[in-house]
Design a protein around this ligand. Structure first.
Ligand SMILES: [Zn+2]
Ligand SMILES: [Zn+2]
Length: 336
């Protein structure tokens, strides 16, 4: 069986087993590709597991590449949230190796579980046609809200004592994050916070019995875009948070890495706002705006120096907060 299934190949034994009475020509090109994949692999367990793994790799690294290029082009530095901290190629490569290691040692061996788990909850996998947009969009919206709330509380728990010291500290290695660092984390953290991404669809499917894995793939793609962009370190005038004011974006999460406190949620700003964990962040934004206004007539160098001073102050506070979270004595503050 070749990868490109055609209407003619739909008479094969494999096709008759998975897709009896399917009118191949009635499908759109993506659905035809989907059918071709399942027939080509000829084993739904491997086909679903491999597709899930490949989707993650392609989207994760595919979305990170533009940020690597942007980091290498000085023109974009004016939109860097912590302008003096551009990641070096060595840092990016080190991070890539670590992320790949955990993908291949933890995620890849688990691909056998995806299909049986999906099927046990009644999730559609190889089936076509795909659900309509009217079905998929509200489901994805629910997964976004669920994940954001789950992450908000789980992330705060990861900032306490033993959990921070032994697990979440790895993710905080970079006080100025970059796209590839989105999944730079302890395997236990990937598991704990990954639950927020996966549990939404699983619970939804358990209760409604109405979910296609294609919708889950769309959700995971968007969630990966969200996580990588939030770690990019850039805030452009066209970034999503300037269009949707409740969207977190890089500006929100970059502060979490820089200041160590505040801004625990992922996609939306409302949890931090409701529970008051964005007070320091909002004060910082006000001070940045006030400093920019006061320095309006000063030279570019003077403006940048003032911003750097403010960032150094917040970072120093972050180092103290991290020491407290770890339960160690506050360290001597190193101001750059
Ligand atoms: Zn954190
Ligand atoms: Zn982060």
């Amino acid at each position: 069986m070749s990868f490109n299934a055609t209407a003619a190949t739909m008479h094969s034994a494999a096709a008759q087993q998975l897709y009896p009475n399917l009118d191949f020509s009635s499908l759109n090109w993506l659905e035809q590709l989907w059918v071709s994949w399942y027939l080509w692999i000829d084993n739904p367990i491997i086909a679903t597991g491999l597709a899930s793994f490949l989707l993650h790799e392609i989207v994760y690294f595919g979305r990170s590449i533009p940020w690597i290029i942007i980091d290498a082009i000085p023109f974009f530095q004016k939109w860097k949230l912590q302008p003096n901290k551009i990641p070096t190629p060595q840092e990016q490569w080190q991070c890539t190796k670590q992320v790949l290691f955990s993908h291949f040692t933890i995620e890849l061996p688990a691909i056998w579980l995806f299909h049986p788990l999906a099927e046990s909850l009644g999730m559609s996998t190889y089936q076509v046609p795909f659900p309509s947009w009217q079905t998929m969009l509200p489901q994805i919206a629910i997964f976004f809200v669920f994940e954001d709330m789950f992450h908000y509380f789980a992330h705060q728990a990861l900032h306490t004592g033993v959990l921070y010291k032994h697990i979440h500290k790895i993710h905080h290695k970079y006080s100025a994050p970059f796209g590839l660092a989105a999944e730079y984390a302890h395997p236990a953290e990937v598991f704990i916070l990954g639950t927020g991404t996966i549990a939404g669809p699983l619970l939804y499917c358990y209760f409604t019995r109405n979910l296609h894995i294609f919708t889950v793939y769309l959700w995971i793609t968007l969630r990966l875009f969200q996580a990588i962009d939030a770690h990019s370190g850039y805030d452009f005038p066209w970034s999503l948070q300037h269009i949707l004011p409740f969207w977190s974006g890089a500006e929100h999460h970059d502060f979490h890495h820089m200041a160590f406190t505040n801004n625990f949620s992922t996609s939306f700003r409302w949890c931090d706002r409701i529970f008051g964990t964005d007070d320091k962040y909002r004060e910082y934004r006000k001070r940045i705006a006030a400093s920019k206004a006061a320095m309006k007539n000063k030279s570019k160098d003077e403006q940048e120096a003032a911003e750097r001073e403010l960032i150094a102050e917040i970072e120093a506070e972050g180092i103290r907060a991290e020491a407290i979270a770890e339960g160690s004595a506050p360290k001597t503050v190193k101001v750059q």
